[in-house]
Design a protein around this ligand. Structure first.
Ligand SMILES: CC(C)(COP(=O)(O)OP(=O)(O)OC[C@H]1O[C@@H](n2cnc3c(N)ncnc32)[C@H](O)[C@@H]1OP(=O)(O)O)[C@@H](O)C(=O)NCCC(=O)NCCS
Length: 135
Protein backbone atom coordinates (compact mmCIF):
# COMPACT_ATOMS: atom_id res chain seq x y z
CA UNK A 1 0.00 0.00 0.00
CA UNK A 2 1.25 3.50 -0.87
CA UNK A 3 0.23 6.51 1.23
CA UNK A 4 0.56 9.79 -0.65
CA UNK A 5 -0.60 13.40 -0.31
CA UNK A 6 -3.33 14.06 -2.87
CA UNK A 7 -3.47 17.16 -5.05
CA UNK A 8 -6.53 19.23 -5.87
CA UNK A 9 -6.61 17.47 -9.27
CA UNK A 10 -7.32 14.21 -7.50
CA UNK A 11 -10.35 15.70 -5.71
CA UNK A 12 -12.58 14.21 -8.38
CA UNK A 13 -11.43 10.70 -7.54
CA UNK A 14 -11.82 11.38 -3.82
CA UNK A 15 -15.28 12.73 -4.53
CA UNK A 16 -16.41 9.42 -6.05
CA UNK A 17 -15.01 7.62 -3.00
CA UNK A 18 -16.75 9.94 -0.57
CA UNK A 19 -20.06 9.65 -2.43
CA UNK A 20 -20.10 5.91 -1.86
CA UNK A 21 -19.94 6.64 1.88
CA UNK A 22 -23.22 7.52 3.63
CA UNK A 23 -21.34 9.52 6.29
CA UNK A 24 -20.41 12.13 3.66
CA UNK A 25 -22.79 14.38 1.78
CA UNK A 26 -20.25 16.76 0.34
CA UNK A 27 -20.22 18.02 -3.21
CA UNK A 28 -17.12 18.19 -5.38
CA UNK A 29 -17.24 21.99 -4.91
CA UNK A 30 -17.10 21.56 -1.11
CA UNK A 31 -14.09 19.28 -1.44
CA UNK A 32 -12.29 21.76 -3.69
CA UNK A 33 -13.13 24.60 -1.30
CA UNK A 34 -11.70 22.64 1.60
CA UNK A 35 -8.41 22.25 -0.35
CA UNK A 36 -8.28 26.02 -0.75
CA UNK A 37 -9.00 26.50 2.94
CA UNK A 38 -6.02 24.45 4.02
CA UNK A 39 -7.36 20.91 4.35
CA UNK A 40 -4.88 18.20 3.49
CA UNK A 41 -5.72 14.91 1.84
CA UNK A 42 -3.74 11.68 2.11
CA UNK A 43 -4.70 8.85 -0.22
CA UNK A 44 -4.12 5.11 0.20
CA UNK A 45 -3.24 3.43 -3.07
CA UNK A 46 -3.25 -0.30 -3.72
CA UNK A 47 -1.92 -1.25 -7.17
CA UNK A 48 -2.21 2.44 -8.10
CA UNK A 49 -5.92 2.37 -7.27
CA UNK A 50 -7.23 4.89 -4.70
CA UNK A 51 -8.96 2.77 -2.03
CA UNK A 52 -9.17 5.25 0.84
CA UNK A 53 -8.35 8.74 1.99
CA UNK A 54 -8.21 10.93 5.04
CA UNK A 55 -8.79 14.67 5.17
CA UNK A 56 -7.47 16.76 8.02
CA UNK A 57 -6.70 20.34 8.88
CA UNK A 58 -4.54 22.12 11.41
CA UNK A 59 -6.81 24.58 13.21
CA UNK A 60 -5.80 28.25 13.30
CA UNK A 61 -7.69 29.11 16.51
CA UNK A 62 -6.67 26.03 18.51
CA UNK A 63 -2.95 25.97 17.81
CA UNK A 64 -2.32 22.51 19.27
CA UNK A 65 -5.26 20.80 17.51
CA UNK A 66 -5.79 18.93 14.28
CA UNK A 67 -9.32 18.43 13.00
CA UNK A 68 -9.87 15.04 11.37
CA UNK A 69 -12.48 16.01 8.81
CA UNK A 70 -13.18 12.73 7.06
CA UNK A 71 -11.81 9.25 6.60
CA UNK A 72 -13.20 6.69 4.21
CA UNK A 73 -12.16 3.33 2.78
CA UNK A 74 -13.77 1.55 -0.19
CA UNK A 75 -16.06 -1.27 0.97
CA UNK A 76 -14.01 -4.13 -0.51
CA UNK A 77 -10.85 -2.92 1.23
CA UNK A 78 -12.19 -2.46 4.77
CA UNK A 79 -10.81 -4.24 7.85
CA UNK A 80 -7.41 -4.63 6.26
CA UNK A 81 -5.72 -1.79 8.16
CA UNK A 82 -6.08 0.87 5.44
CA UNK A 83 -7.73 3.50 7.68
CA UNK A 84 -5.31 2.63 10.49
CA UNK A 85 -2.38 3.35 8.15
CA UNK A 86 -3.97 6.67 7.12
CA UNK A 87 -4.45 7.68 10.78
CA UNK A 88 -0.77 6.85 11.42
CA UNK A 89 0.24 9.31 8.70
CA UNK A 90 -1.93 12.01 10.31
CA UNK A 91 -0.40 11.27 13.74
CA UNK A 92 3.11 11.58 12.31
CA UNK A 93 2.20 14.88 10.64
CA UNK A 94 0.78 16.11 13.98
CA UNK A 95 4.05 15.20 15.72
CA UNK A 96 6.07 17.00 13.06
CA UNK A 97 3.88 20.11 13.44
CA UNK A 98 3.66 20.01 17.26
CA UNK A 99 -0.10 19.30 17.34
CA UNK A 100 -0.95 17.38 20.50
CA UNK A 101 -4.65 16.74 19.83
CA UNK A 102 -6.74 15.24 17.04
CA UNK A 103 -10.47 15.93 17.22
CA UNK A 104 -13.40 14.72 15.13
CA UNK A 105 -17.16 14.31 15.09
CA UNK A 106 -18.84 10.97 14.54
CA UNK A 107 -22.43 9.82 14.21
CA UNK A 108 -23.37 7.79 17.33
CA UNK A 109 -24.93 5.11 15.08
CA UNK A 110 -21.72 4.60 13.14
CA UNK A 111 -20.44 1.58 15.05
CA UNK A 112 -17.65 0.70 12.65
CA UNK A 113 -16.23 4.23 12.91
CA UNK A 114 -16.69 4.34 16.71
CA UNK A 115 -14.88 1.00 17.07
CA UNK A 116 -12.21 2.11 14.66
CA UNK A 117 -11.52 5.34 16.57
CA UNK A 118 -11.53 3.57 19.95
CA UNK A 119 -9.09 0.98 18.62
CA UNK A 120 -6.85 3.84 17.54
CA UNK A 121 -6.77 5.54 20.94
CA UNK A 122 -9.59 8.10 20.61
CA UNK A 123 -11.85 8.82 23.61
CA UNK A 124 -15.35 10.34 23.69
CA UNK A 125 -15.04 13.87 25.11
CA UNK A 126 -18.49 15.34 24.46
CA UNK A 127 -22.00 14.69 23.17
CA UNK A 128 -23.51 16.96 20.55
CA UNK A 129 -27.34 17.00 20.68
CA UNK A 130 -30.06 18.09 18.29
CA UNK A 131 -33.83 18.27 18.35
CA UNK A 132 -35.59 18.43 15.01
CA UNK A 133 -38.75 20.55 15.04
CA UNK A 134 -41.69 19.88 12.72
CA UNK A 135 -42.35 22.96 10.58
C1 LIG B 1 -14.50 3.50 9.60
C2 LIG B 1 -13.61 3.07 8.44
C3 LIG B 1 -12.86 4.28 7.90
C4 LIG B 1 -12.60 2.01 8.95
O1 LIG B 1 -11.73 1.68 7.89
P1 LIG B 1 -10.92 0.29 7.85
O2 LIG B 1 -9.86 0.42 6.81
O3 LIG B 1 -11.86 -0.83 7.73
O4 LIG B 1 -10.24 0.29 9.31
P2 LIG B 1 -9.02 -0.60 9.79
O5 LIG B 1 -8.96 -1.86 8.99
O6 LIG B 1 -7.78 0.23 9.86
O7 LIG B 1 -9.45 -0.89 11.29
C5 LIG B 1 -10.32 -1.91 11.53
C6 LIG B 1 -10.90 -1.73 12.94
O8 LIG B 1 -11.94 -0.75 12.90
C7 LIG B 1 -13.10 -1.27 13.61
N1 LIG B 1 -14.11 -1.64 12.61
C8 LIG B 1 -14.05 -1.38 11.28
N2 LIG B 1 -15.17 -1.83 10.68
C9 LIG B 1 -15.93 -2.39 11.64
C10 LIG B 1 -17.21 -3.02 11.63
N3 LIG B 1 -17.92 -3.16 10.49
N4 LIG B 1 -17.70 -3.46 12.80
C11 LIG B 1 -17.01 -3.31 13.94
N5 LIG B 1 -15.79 -2.71 14.02
C12 LIG B 1 -15.25 -2.26 12.87
C13 LIG B 1 -12.59 -2.47 14.35
O9 LIG B 1 -12.02 -2.02 15.56
C14 LIG B 1 -11.52 -3.00 13.41
O10 LIG B 1 -10.55 -3.78 14.07
P3 LIG B 1 -10.66 -5.38 13.93
O11 LIG B 1 -10.78 -5.67 12.47
O12 LIG B 1 -9.38 -5.85 14.55
O13 LIG B 1 -11.89 -5.76 14.70
C15 LIG B 1 -14.44 2.39 7.30
O14 LIG B 1 -15.32 1.46 7.88
C16 LIG B 1 -15.25 3.37 6.44
O15 LIG B 1 -14.76 3.90 5.44
N6 LIG B 1 -16.49 3.62 6.83
C17 LIG B 1 -17.36 4.53 6.08
C18 LIG B 1 -16.92 5.97 6.27
C19 LIG B 1 -17.02 6.40 7.72
O16 LIG B 1 -17.95 6.05 8.42
N7 LIG B 1 -16.02 7.21 8.11
C20 LIG B 1 -15.97 7.76 9.44
C21 LIG B 1 -16.75 9.02 9.43
S1 LIG B 1 -16.50 9.93 10.92
Amino acid sequence: MDLIPLSVKQAGVVYVLSKSDKSSNESLMDLKKSFKNGSKFIGALINNNLVGYVRYKFLKKLKDTCSLEHICVKKDYRRKGVAGALIDVVINECRRNKKRKIELGVDPDNNSALNFYKKNGFKIISYHMRRTIKL
